[in-house]
Ligand binder design. Sequence first.
Ligand SMILES: NC(=O)c1ccc[n+]([C@@H]2O[C@H](COP(=O)([O-])OP(=O)(O)OC[C@H]3O[C@@H](n4cnc5c(N)ncnc54)[C@H](O)[C@@H]3O)[C@@H](O)[C@H]2O)c1
Ligand SMILES: O=C(O)C(=O)C[C@]1(C(=O)O)C=C[C@@H](O)C=C1
Length: 293
Amino acid sequence: MTAPFERIAILGIGLIGSSLARAIKAEGLARSVVCADANPEHARRAESLGIVDAGVTDPAEAAAGADLVMLCTPLGAYAAVAEAIGPALKPGAIVSDVGSVKQAAIDAIAPHLPAGVHLVPGHPVAGTEKSGPDAGFAALFPGRWCILTPVPGTDEAVTRRVADLWRGCGMKVERMSADHHDRVLAITSHLPHLIAYTIVGTATDLEDHLRQEVIKYSASGFRDFTRIAGSDPTMWRDVFLNNREAVLDCLQRFNEDLTALQRAIRRGEGDVLFDLFTRTRDIRRGVLEAKQA
Ligand SMILES: NC(=O)c1ccc[n+]([C@@H]2O[C@H](COP(=O)([O-])OP(=O)(O)OC[C@H]3O[C@@H](n4cnc5c(N)ncnc54)[C@H](O)[C@@H]3O)[C@@H](O)[C@H]2O)c1
Ligand SMILES: O=C(O)C(=O)C[C@]1(C(=O)O)C=C[C@@H](O)C=C1
């Protein structure tokens, strides 16, 4: 069977890039997979793991001759990487990405692409708190959603090729506008991370003897927050800087709801607490039923 892609270049071979490389190899989705990573140890490690055919540090070298180039670096590196690969891209090449914010990704990449190169932004909504090429695994993707946010006018056949790649990795694929994506992910992913960073930060700032006990008696609630708060600082700094408006909107709503809960606790309004906790338990059941937990 012929592979859907001749040469895929993955730029940034960390958790997501290396998971994708593994899935491409496992499913035979490209004849060759190469990567570039600013960290030479990551490029070498990907080679020695056998998940890429070649690993280099120069993104233009990896992108040259590729029919699909997938940006898998933190969002803050996108503009520089896109600028570096622009002149090396072959006519008809597809550039895509996995970034957690979509409008900023388009703004950073699009200006650097030559005419005749297609941009199909994407976001596999699957991940862990870990980073680097050893953290990746092909089983990250099956059953999860991948959101594509092609700009209007994008060649339909090109978008379908990118959708098929993610389906080949086992993902379900949905399309939406970049703006809508960023507003949805602000509440489902970005705000939860911000809350986790805050609660773990607050616990860390407690007086020293209390802090020891926080770690010693970590109940499962706090433990779950520490997992999320252990996520990569570079990646998450870039997410918040690149989705400011939507995150700040959600945060405003969250603060108002928190204030209402604070008042209910102070006033002893048990029914307010009970009603909310009942509704949220239903949401959790819905997530489990949708097999997204
Ligand atoms: N971690 C998640 O759960 C998750 C899920 C979906 C999407 N994403 C998105 O995927 C992207 C990568 O995240 P990750 O979790 O794989 O991070 P990661 O830290 O595991 O990997 C990023 C890789 O990019 C490399 N890199 C950094 N700057 C570079 C540059 N200028 N040129 C080339 N390589 C560079 C790093 O050395 C590293 O190997 C981010 O844009 C993130 O928003 C992450
Ligand atoms: O499960 C986790 O550890 C994640 O944080 C994964 C998660 C998420 O929030 O769901 C994080 C960022 C991504 O852009 C997509 C997925």
